[in-house]
Design a protein around this ligand. Structure first.
Ligand SMILES: *[C@@H]1O[C@H](CO)[C@@H](O)[C@H](O)[C@H]1NC(C)=O
Ligand SMILES: *[C@@H]1O[C@H](CO)[C@@H](O)[C@H](O)[C@H]1NC(C)=O
Ligand SMILES: *[C@@H]1O[C@H](CO)[C@@H](O)[C@H](O)[C@H]1NC(C)=O
Ligand SMILES: *[C@@H]1O[C@H](CO)[C@@H](O)[C@H](O)[C@H]1NC(C)=O
Ligand SMILES: *[C@@H]1O[C@H](CO)[C@@H](O)[C@H](O)[C@H]1NC(C)=O
Ligand SMILES: *[C@@H]1O[C@H](CO)[C@@H](O)[C@H](O)[C@H]1NC(C)=O
Length: 398
């Protein structure tokens, strides 16, 4: 089980201490591929050819020797293109036919995330819910057919954030008459951790996305929602999904796992999230929902809507992989309780950032075990760990 409610948490003690040690041994400051600790981040809304609200948001994060560009757009379905370059002077060039980051030879990594469909499932029929299926699907909401508010009005240059918020252009059932779907985006100039749950660690090489479904009338009792995510198949390969056991500390009590999507190996880009979503504006563990993810699989491009910015950058022949996120299960808290759902992830360049121990946990361990004893045990077990280590996300790439 990848997510456990607080009252039902159990991880074998032996496995736990191994995890603790593993984390201790690998304790180090998070570092990205580009390795800049701080960046100058700027946000600008770029004019596009249509007269509609121009939702093309360029986030530029400049470090000493590198630049990361994030381009969020609502042309077609919501999407983000992210490009890392090894110069602080790279620029994004957008014209009517072409989208490029220049100079082209400075590009070290690029990928994109696209959100084509919002799913809703009826989880009340137990014979439909078995085998991990979320239930009988209602017709999906196509996000390419949404109309999106002007992102300019949500731009916050101090918080380095902006929100893409929309609802279906045609809404015959009125489900969205008092509701919306929002993609809240935030970039960071340095490392840290937000105050609100799930308190994902971020660095200057990452940005955060929070998807919020709020006020939308569900179509049935105990509806589950899901989100389809597409990404270009780089070198004809889908990114890999890795589930990482994490430690139980004060930042993320009761959630022992970090899910991550890794582009290339060793990773050059990643998406990272806790396998939970929140069903209340004030996030609380008691009412959290499990978030399940399906492994990314190649998909036919014809099944995807027009993807203007992604095709403009990667060219017309790029292939795609998709995966599904589903929030909630047939029992327990549900979206309908508060008509609210929030899921957060961190999108980054380079090797995924890793949770280390909080000072409190480190302090307790130092007191309880004593540092010499700790080192002794650590030395003995590191041999064991080396033998047991499968693929490790913690390895520096050089
Ligand atoms: C940037 O590049 C210069 C020259 O290549 C190097 O001396 C410097 O250490 C680099 N700075 C960082 C932060 O990587
Ligand atoms: C658009 O940009 C591309 C690449 O920067 C350039 O080759 C092309 O001439 C530009 N087209 C127009 C109409 O400016
Ligand atoms: C539950 O699903 C099964 C299989 O699809 C179907 O045969 C049955 O009629 C459904 N029950 C209800 C109450 O909808
Ligand atoms: C719309 O939402 C507000 C705030 O959540 C609520 O007070 C109001 O009753 C809702 N209206 C309808 C028609 O559902
Ligand atoms: C939802 O539940 C209520 C009460 O249990 C029931 O009357 C209603 O028919 C259900 N609605 C649907 C769409 O299943
Ligand atoms: C995502 O879910 C939808 C609806 O249930 C399904 O049609 C689609 O095949 C799923 N995609 C993947 C990659 O699992």
């Amino acid at each position: 089980m990848f997510w456990e409610r607080p009252q039902a948490r159990r991880v074998p003690a032996s496995r736990r201490s191994l995890l603790l040690l593993q984390c201790l041994l690998l304790l180090r400051a998070p570092a990205g591929l580009l390795g800049d600790q701080t960046r100058r981040v700027s946000l600008e809304v770029i004019p596009w050819r249509t007269a509609l609200p121009q939702n093309l948001l360029h986030i530029r994060a400049v470090g000493a020797n590198s630049t990361i560009h994030y381009l969020w757009s609502s042309l077609g379905p919501p999407a983000v293109l992210f490009v890392a370059t090894d110069t602080p002077h790279s620029v994004l060039s957008v014209n009517w036919s072409c989208l490029a980051v220049l100079p082209a030879e400075s590009v070290r990594f690029s990928s994109a995330l696209i959100f084509p469909r919002l799913f809703e499932f009826d989880s009340t029929n137990s014979s439909e819910v078995k085998d991990g299926s979320p239930g009988k699907p209602y017709p999906p909401y196509l996000l390419a057919n949404f109309s999106w508010d002007d992102i300019n009005s949500t731009l916050d240059p101090t918080k380095l954030s902006a929100t893409l918020q929309g609802c279906p252009s045609k809404d015959p059932s009125g489900a969205f008459s008092n509701g919306s779907l929002a993609f809240k985006v935030q970039a960071f100039s340095s490392s840290g951790r937000p105050d609100h749950l799930p308190r994902l660690l971020h660095t200057a090489d990452t940005s955060q996305l929070e998807v919020v479904l709020s006020g939308v009338v569900p179509q049935g009792n105990h509806s589950l929602f899901g989100l389809e995510v597409a990404t270009p198949a780089l070198d004809s390969e889908c990114p890999q999904l890795k589930k990482l056991d994490s430690i139980d500390d004060e930042y993320c009590p009761s959630v022992f796992q970090l899910d991550q999507l890794l582009w290339r190996s060793p990773p050059e880009g990643f998406l990272q999230w806790r396998p939970i979503a929140f069903s209340q504006k004030q996030p609380a563990w008691k009412t959290a929902l499990p978030c399940r993810v399906s492994p990314p699989a190649p998909t036919l491009s014809t099944l995807l809507p027009q993807l203007p910015i992604v095709r403009a950058f990667f060219g017309p022949s790029v292939n795609f992989c998709t995966f599904n996120l589903t929030f909630g299960d047939s029992t327990g808290p549900a979206y309908e309780d508060q008509r609210y759902l929030s899921w957060s992830a961190v999108l980054g360049i380079g090797i995924p950032t890793m949770d280390s121990f909080s000072p409190l946990v480190l302090g307790i361990m130092a007191v309880v075990m004593g540092l010499p004893a700790l080192l002794l045990v650590g030395g003995g077990l590191s041999l064991l760990l080396i033998r047991h280590r499968r693929y490790s996300e913690y390895e520096p790439i050089n």
